[in-house]
Design a protein around this ligand. Sequence first.
Ligand code: SAH
Length: 250
Amino acid sequence: MRFDVLTIFPGYFASPLAESLVGRAVDAGLLDIRLVDLRLFSDDPHRKVDDEPYGGGPGMVLSAPPVAAAVEALRSEPGAPAPHVVFLSPRGRRLDAGVVRELSGRVRVSLVCGRYEGIDERAREAGLFDEELSLGDFVLSGGEVAALAVIEAVSRFLPGVVGDSGSVTADSFEDGLLDHPHYTRPREFRGRAVPDVLFSGHHERIRLWRREQQFRETARWRPDLLERFRPRTDEDREMLSRVARDRVSP
Ligand code: SAH
């Protein structure tokens, strides 16, 4: 899968894209990430990409022409698949596991990072973006962190990126529940033991215990998710009613 990242700070990405799972995926050729410096698309002799807001007020605005030139260059790249162009923006569709999975099915995604007070509104009006995505209801200083979040979350779904693909399907939100708790050595920590079942060596009992813990964790931390959960197996139906019962009379 290919990502293009349009940014005025390409250097920002050096370490996050070189380390860990994403770094390995890039090395292995599973991920192709191209950094596009928006300044190179500025007509200005000083490569200026921002200007004062019409109407006055604080801050600067990222101007439309360099963004348009960069996006159009990506869209018309010969021989490359058409990109799905995303503007990272606080007003966009909220990023969640469903959106991430949807993006992971695309062959090429271009991520446009705003800065300053944002991008001149006419960039959107001109149809440069296919959609806008938000990381959440808070304001970052630029789209770079949001772009990294998209790349890291999406790459977990690409075959071969996460070593054991089973660990992705058990992750939080994958089937509408949170993950179960995890334990490792030491066997005792500040007087607290590890649940006995995990030493039983009995795979089916461990699996059932972990599944039930997913229901309990979700009930405890994200009851809103549990309310929306629709069980598809008898096992899940049973666990759900058991957890619901225990919540009424703990
Ligand atoms: N004035 C704008 C914020 C601009 S922040 C407002 O109040 O809505 C500058 C840039 O950071 C934005 O253009 C966007 O690309 C990025 N950004 C800020 N918050 C974000 C969020 N929650 N999700 C995604 N991108 C965000």
